[in-house]
Design a protein around this ligand. Structure first.
Ligand code: ADP
Ligand code: MG
Length: 832
């Protein structure tokens, strides 16, 4: 892209050179005429072009006259209207190219725009030529160039989906164009060809379309309801569809209605039957719902699939081309399709390949922004507390331990000590398997801080955990003369006021607690070290309060992630890994069984309970959104009800699930802890490490629904006491793949090895299977599956940050804007 002024200079320079060198016609390779090969230069400097038309044939005297005249001509031209000229290898959409490559043209300056294809030689008229006069009339806004701001609100933006739609979408949190465009499908159904029912069979899950002939609702003795409908396809073949426990559907499914259904095909004794998992009424005129690969969105009340599809479709149509924040060169180098295309394809994929490419692009962006954020934060050096670390301090601590620290513990402690000695603020993550001895290491760091006359705090996500830490730390530190206190919400006001006063005056060295530590009226005398257990449980605001005094920060996490991934996941923290368990740990006997053995498993459980032990039963967490797909999963509630029936009446059962409030959860957990319950049925909320040493058996239902690392984590809840401990995985699915995966847990006991096996085993699965990333930046991206994309994105991010850390280059303006809009998760360093 050039302005007239720049073009003028481009001609001027060789002419001056000619003048200086007595007109040898060598200043332009191939002769001065070559200057005018480009059509736009001829067009704008027609007089000069005419003047120099046959330059090579002229004598030096003639040349001299012409060059001087040409220079005069060039000078006399006052800077005219602002005309921008794009010289680009044109592909179909030149405006997009402009948008991609030349974001530095401010729109106000765009009085005239000409686009020439430099590949097209020689002369060609401009492909687009917008004169200043027409520009004012016809191109009043960015919109005409496809510069739609996707952050416009649906309610006020130019694209009107109708007031009703806007209201409905707002109800599920979709308020802006962006929200809707990035409301990605959860999965896809291939409806390009819907087979005749006659050709079904042999498949497991199918999509069918047909017209309802009849339907009938039935009730079982146990009160379950079943709805059966017969549909007929366009070839005249018939198929039975069944729904369980959705009696209200009977009214909606009247004969004559066209429907599309997706579900499991079951061979009954004499006929095939489809157990419906997902259904849509086929009233789609533009067939967004059939004859193509169809996107299925998170289903929500009051908003049908077809409706969401339609809204996205209309929006995409109206928006037209969505500007890209990555320049074309980068897209080419990284094999990425343009953003606009990716957003179209993710919602309406023309083919599997297009869908893959769309996914790749959108995932790439997620990782790119994540990596950019991480890299840009990493080098900010905050000043924190400077500790003096004397050898005898740590030695004194070690000598009071009833055991010797493992090599890994000593190594990590040294890493922490190095940080604490430096004036730089420590921000270190200690990662280690459950029971690897993180708490001991944290205690040593706390002791060092206290010996430096600072205070230290340890914050845990729940009261039980806080209490447990308090008891442990007291064991380690009280004999060394450290004054410790507990501060939790359930204390009386009088108690907590006392603690707070003592904390403020400095009578307390170490405070251990929950969120209670970050109330307004909690003041430290001088906080030197903050230890945070399981950091992901805390919100940014909460951390901000604790970290206001710039203490050194140590975060403990028991989630093992391979190092390569940890750098992305916890990119803003320095990483220490305790990759060794203390000697003499008993392995937890682990077995994988089919669900046909369930009764035996619970008989065994009763045996443990009769011996005075306790049992965990874990069921997969049910995301509401997956309700349909999860129809077969035993929910915690159902499980609880079943167990009430199966287990002897004297078995004391408790139920813990995500719908309970924080204090209800704590209370239920505390009852189990106090052995007022024998068996605790729970969704994965028990993941976070509470020690109940008397619990010796963990039963995991539908184990295939969990990630391997998660299973390992869960297993770590038993085997904490002196009794033999067991973990039984009940597989609800008998496929070979499932067994292969779960056998890893049976075989291995090291969290890091398991994490790596997990990584290696997981093929490209569902678009959104059971993922555990928990990172709000990642919607599509999966840390365990997208390693190659992560690496590419990281490479690019590194390149960008190395040359332009604040993204100040003109081309990066859009990228910078997008980055700020995307950051949802504020990192630890950012708030320190
Ligand atoms: P984590 O916090 O990593 O889950 P803890 O620090 O709570 O682990 O340690 C788990 C148990 O192992 C505790 O009972 C602790 O006393 C014990 N322990 C820690 N380190 C060692 C060691 N080096 N040798 C023997 N036992 C240890
Ligand atoms: Mg712990």
């Amino acid at each position: 892209m050039a302005t007239i002024e720049e073009l003028r200079q481009r001609i001027r320079r060789p002419l001056e050179l000619e003048h200086q060198q007595a007109y040898p016609n060598t200043s332009v390779f191939g002769g001065l005429e070559k200057l005018f090969e480009a059509p736009h230069i001829r067009r704008h400097f027609a007089e000069v072009y005419d003047l120099l038309a046959n330059y090579s044939q002229l004598s030096p005297e003639e040349r001299s006259a012409k060059v001087q005249k040409a220079l005069n001509l060039l000078d006399s031209k006052a800077p005219g209207a602002k005309v921008f000229i794009a010289e680009v290898p044109l592909e179909s959409e030149f405006l997009e190219i402009l948008a991609l490559e030349e974001p530095e043209i401010p729109d106000e300056a765009l009085l005239s725009l000409e686009v020439y294809d430099i590949k097209q030689n020689p002369l060609k008229t401009p492909l687009a030529h917008v004169q200043a006069a027409t520009l004012a009339k016809d191109l009043p806004s960015k919109a005409a160039f496809g510069f739609q701001d996707i952050d416009a609100m649906l309610l006020t933006g130019k694209v009107n989906l109708g007031a009703q739609a806007v209201k409905k979408l707002a109800a599920i949190g979709i308020e802006s164009y962006r929200d809707l465009l990035f409301y990605f499908p959860r999965r896809y159904e291939d409806r390009r060809i819907l087979p005749s029912f006659a050709a079904l069979g042999g498949q497991d899950q199918v999509t069918v379309a047909g017209v309802i002939q009849s339907r009938k609702g039935l009730k079982s003795q146990k009160g379950l309801s079943l709805l059966r409908a017969t549909i007929q396809d366009s070839y005249g073949a018939k198929l039975d569809l069944v729904w369980f426990n959705q009696p209200w559907l009977e009214k909606q499914l009247y004969p004559g209605l066209s429907i599309i259904a997706f579900g499991k095909l079951k061979q009954k004794s004499r006929h095939l039957e489809l157990q419906v998992q997902h259904m849509e009424v086929d009233d789609d005129s533009e067939s967004l719902s059939t004859g193509r690969i169809v996107s299925i969105y998170q289903s929500t009340q009051g908003l049908s699939q077809a409706y969401i599809r339609r809204s996205v479709f209309e929006l995409l149509k109206e928006l037209g081309r969505i500007p890209d924040y990555l320049p074309k060169k980068i897209l080419q180098d990284s094999y990425l399709i343009p953003l606009s295309q990716a957003l179209h394809y993710i919602h309406f994929p023309p083919s599997e390949k297009d869908l893959q490419q769309a996914l790749r692009r959108l995932k790439f962006d997620e990782f790119l922004f994540l990596e950019l954020r991480i890299l840009r934060n990493r080098d900010h050096e905050n000043l924190g507390k400077k500790h003096k670390v004397y050898k005898y301090t740590t030695k004194e601590f070690s000598e009071h331990l009833p055991f010797k620290m493992t090599k890994a513990q000593s190594r990590v402690l040294k890493e922490i000590m190095d940080d604490m000695q430096s004036p730089k603020q420590m921000a270190r993550l200690v990662q280690g398997d459950v029971g690897s001895g993180k708490t001991v290491v944290a205690a040593a760091a706390i002791y060092v801080s206290v010996k430096n006359s600072f205070q230290a705090a340890l914050m845990a996500p729940t009261e039980i955990l806080a209490r447990q830490h308090f008891n442990n730390l007291r064991q380690y530190l009280f004999p060394l003369g450290v004054r410790l206190e507990l501060l939790i919400g359930s204390m009386t006001k009088k108690q907590s006021d006392l603690v707070k006063a003592a904390l403020k005056s400095g009578e307390i060295d170490v405070i251990i607690g929950t969120q209670a530590l970050i109330q307004e009226d909690v003041h430290f005398k001088d906080l030197g070290l903050a230890v945070i257990d399981e950091e992901h449980r805390f919100g940014v605001d909460q951390r901000r309060k604790l970290l206001a005094g710039k203490p050194d920060v140590l975060v403990m996490s028991a989630t093992p992630i391979p190092r390569s991934l940890a750098l992305t996941y916890y990119g803003d923290l320095d990483l220490s890994i305790i990759d060794e368990l203390p000697p003499g740990r008993k392995a937890i006997h682990t077995r994988l069984v089919n669900d046909s053995k369930r009764r035996d498993v619970y008989r065994f459980a009763w045996g443990e309970i009769k011996k005075g032990r306790q049992v965990y039963v874990v069921t997969p967490l049910i995301e509401e959104s997956e309700a349909e797909v999860m129809a077969e999963i035993v929910s915690a509630e159902q499980m609880y009800a079943d167990l009430l029936a199966i287990m002897p009446p004297e078995c004391r059962l408790g139920l813990l699930h995500g719908k309970l409030s924080g204090s209800e959860k704590d209370e239920m957990m505390a009852r189990f802890y106090r052995h007022e319950l024998d068996m605790l049925v729970s969704t994965t909320v028990i993941e976070v490490g509470v020690d109940v040493p008397n619990a010796t058996l963990m039963i995991i239902e539908n184990a295939e629904r969990f990630g391997l690392s998660q299973l390992h984590q869960l297993r770590g809840r038993v085997g904490r006491g002196s009794h033999e401990s067991y973990c039984i995985l009940i597989a609800g699915d008998r496929s070979k793949k499932t067994h292969q995966r779960l056998e890893v847990i049976e075989k291995y006991h090291d969290g890091f090895i398991i994490a790596e096996k997990d990584l290696a085993l997981r093929g490209p699965g569902d678009l959104k299977g059971t993922r555990q990333s928990g990172m709000p930046d990642l919607v599509l991206g999966d840390l365990s599956q997208d390693i190659d994309i992560i690496e590419k994105a990281k490479e690019l991010a590194e390149k960008i940050v190395a040359t332009d850390r604040n993204l100040e280059a003109a081309w990066a303006e859009r990228l910078r804007t997008e980055l700020t809009r995307r950051i949802k998760l504020t990192s630890l360093r950012e708030i320190m």
